[in-house]
Structure formats: structure tokens, C-alpha cells
Design a protein around this ligand. Structure first.
Ligand SMILES: Nc1nc2c(ncn2[C@@H]2O[C@H](COP(=O)(O)OP(=O)(O)OP(=O)(O)O)[C@@H](O)[C@H]2O)c(=O)[nH]1
Ligand SMILES: [Mg+2]
Length: 342
């Protein structure tokens, strides 16, 4: 049993499933902490009687805030790493030893569970959005992360406490990977089971995907703004005076910036392509993170130009579906334009 690692579980109305998750985790890790976020069922009581320490957040503030609270508490209690798991039974505690084994082989790395190899078990629209997300999140993180949206992870707390996390809800886990990778930290992944069971989801496909997407786009903007005019600078994030975090200080400014960057993503990606082509005599090895990939910037610009096309194809598929024509143009299109470049 590992005594410097604890399990952390953000939970909202998960009384039916959380007991088994905690029981399973306690087989491998002696300490489990749960952040109950204003659940209206007896999640807190079930978690407590299953053997977890429960932190009660009175009114609901979202998964990201619960995770940040848990990271903080675990660090204050002297733990050096945490394994985060969902409360709804989608993460099998029997896989904890795999995280521990990977961590002992690679101490100091974040380890992320990946469900991407069991495509057929993931709802199609979710899989496609995960595939596109990983293309951009991996670009920002300067390394390939197979599943950027999985909450089953092992985090060394030294990395987490070195980041300034400014987002909330479901965006925080994506922000964390982008910033850690963009700071030069290594992120590894292990294959885990893909479980989509009976337990319902709090994830709102349109709202939460939009929130994640607009934060990622706004982050990419700043990263490339910096990389475009600096040499040999693949790691643009540093906590403290980071430009993107300064914008996040004011909610209204941040919302405006995210909207602006989302709507200007297509021309901006062409602007960055031009910078990539013409600036090297003045700024050698600008866009160092992209140059290292060896795929050229045009590939990335093309991917960005294709984002609205995806929306159009999805709408066409939906309309055809209504008339009884089952077509699937989207999967192949996404595979083609958002490839594994690493
Ligand atoms: N503390 C807290 N936990 C939350 C909140 N929203 C979700 N969670 C927990 O976060 C985990 C993942 O939430 P889900 O809604 O299942 O999201 P998901 O697993 O990404 O999405 P699905 O694949 O559709 O299930 C679960 O353990 C939830 O109980 C919240 O507002 N506060
Ligand atoms: Mg879930």
C-alpha cells in the first residue's frame, strides 16, 4: 500500500455508486478523500460510512473547484501525489495498481487513463469531440495525450501546486494538462477500461464542450502569439505573470476574450501560418513546439479551417437521419484532419 498517495473523488449526487468506488480504492490506497458538492442525496453519508474523509462544499461549485479543494487538502495533509477518480463507477479501482506501477517507473509524471482504444464503447459524438480535443490539447501540451478528457489520473502534487488553475467545472482538468505540458512536464497515459454504465451524467454535451473548446482556443491563441515572436520557446506557460491568466482575472474580460478568440480562430490560424513562414529570418525557430513535430503549420491551419465544416457535416447527418438515411461521414473526416502528429 502506498502511504504518500491518496485517492480523491469529486462527487455530486453519487450515492448509488460511490460506496463501491471507495471500497475498491481502499484495497490499494489507505486514504480516500471525497469532495461532496452540495449533493441532494446522501452521497456524503454513504462516502463516510464507506471509509472516506468527506469535505463538504455547501453550494455546488462544479467538478473543477472540487478537485482544486481536494488537491489543496491532500497537499496540506502531506501527500505527494493523488489519484483522481469519478464517483459514478466509470473508473475501475482494480486499475489503481497500474497507475502505481506506471508512476513508480516514471515518478514526476502525470499519468492519465485512456479509454480511446475502446472506441465502440464510447457514444459516437463524445468520441469525436474527444478526438478533436486531444489534437489541440496535445499541441498545447507539446506531447501526445491519448485521452485528454478522462478524469482517472495520477497527479504528483508538486506539479499541481506549481500551476495556477483559473477555470472551473469540467474545464479545469483540460487546463491542468495544457499548463503542465506547456510548462515542460511529462504526461503519460495508460489504457483503462471504458465504462459507460447506468449512472447518469452531469456533463452537458453542448454547454460543457463549448466551455472546454473556447478555453482551449483562447489558450492556443496566447501560446502561438508568444511562440510566433520568440525563438526556441516551446514552453510558454509559467505561473505568475502568464498573459492568459492575467486575462482570466476578470470574468467579463475573460468571457469577451474567449468569444473573440473563438470567432477569430479561422483568420488567426492563417495569420500564424504567415508568421511561421516569413518570420524565421528575424525570429529563428519560432513556433518551436510545432517545428519539432515536423508536420508544418499548414496541417494545423487546415485542421482549424475544418472546424466549421464539422458542424455542417454533423447537421447534415442529423437531418438525413431524421429522414431515415443513416450516414457516417464525420468519423473518417475527423480521422483525416485531426491526425496523430506526434
Ligand atoms: N464535487 C463535484 N463533483 C462533480 C460535479 N459534477 C460532476 N462531478 C463528479 O465528477 C465526476 C464526473 O462527472 P460526470 O458528470 O459523470 O462527467 P463525465 O464522467 O465526464 O461524463 P460522462 O462520461 O457523461 O459520465 C463524477 O464523480 C461526478 O460525481 C460537481 O459539480 N461537483
Ligand atoms: Mg461520468
Amino acid at each position: 500500500m502506498s502511504s504518500d498517495i491518496c485517492v480523491v473523488i469529486p462527487a455530486l449526487n453519487a450515492s448509488k455508486t460511490i460506496g463501491a468506488v471507495i471500497g475498491g480504492a481502499l484495497k490499494y490506497i489507505p486514504k480516500v478523500m471525497v469532495a461532496d458538492d452540495g449533493s441532494t442525496d446522501d452521497t456524503a453519508a454513504v462516502a463516510s460510512s464507506a471509509g472516506a474523509e468527506v469535505i463538504s462544499i455547501r453550494s455546488n461549485k462544479g467538478k473543477g473547484n472540487a478537485l482544486k479543494t481536494l488537491f489543496h487538502h491532500a497537499a496540506a495533509c502531506g501527500y505527494t501525489a493523488v489519484i483522481s477518480m469519478d464517483a459514478d463507477g466509470q473508473h475501475d479501482p482494480e486499475e489503481i495498481p497500474q497507475f502505481l506501477a506506471e508512476y513508480s517507473r516514471n515518478p514526476g509524471c502525470i499519468i492519465v487513463g485512456s479509454r480511446m482504444q475502446e472506441k465502440e464503447k464510447i457514444p459516437r459524438a463524445r468520441y469525436n469531440s474527444m478526438h478533436i480535443a486531444r489534437f489541440y490539447v496535445s499541441l498545447v501540451a507539446n506531447q501526445f495525450i491519448e485521452d485528454t478528457q478522462c478524469g482517472y489520473r495520477l497527479y504528483p502534487l508538486e506539479i499541481v501546486s506549481g500551476l495556477k488553475l483559473v477555470t472551473g467545472k469540467y474545464v479545469t482538468e483540460t487546463e491542468l494538462l495544457m499548463k503542465a505540458g506547456d510548462m515542460g512536464k511529462q504526461i503519460r497515459f495508460i489504457k483503462i477500461r471504458t465504462i459507460y454504465g447506468e449512472a447518469g451524467s452531469h456533463f452537458r454535451p453542448i454547454t460543457d464542450v463549448t466551455l472546454i473548446t473556447s478555453y482551449v482556443i483562447s489558450y492556443v491563441h496566447i501560446k502561438w502569439l508568444i511562440e510566433g515572436v520568440t525563438s526556441n520557446n516551446p514552453n510558454t506557460y509559467s505561473p505568475g505573470n502568464y498573459l492568459r491568466d492575467m486575462i482570466s482575472r476578470y470574468k467579463i474580460v475573460d468571457a469577451f476574450f474567449q468569444t473573440l478568440t473563438a470567432f477569430s480562430a479561422l483568420p488567426a490560424s492563417i495569420f500564424y501560418l504567415i508568421e511561421y513562414i516569413i518570420l524565421p529570418p528575424l525570429v529563428p525557430n519560432n513556433f518551436a513546439s510545432v517545428r519539432k513535430l515536423g508536420c508544418g503549420f499548414a496541417r494545423i491551419t487546415l485542421a482549424t479551417q475544418m472546424l466549421p465544416v464539422i458542424l455542417v457535416i454533423a447537421i447534415i447527418e442529423k437531418i438525413l437521419g431524421r429522414f431515415g438515411f443513416k450516414v457516417n461521414m464525420l468519423d473518417g473526416f475527423i480521422l483525416k484532419y485531426y491526425p496523430h502528429l506526434w
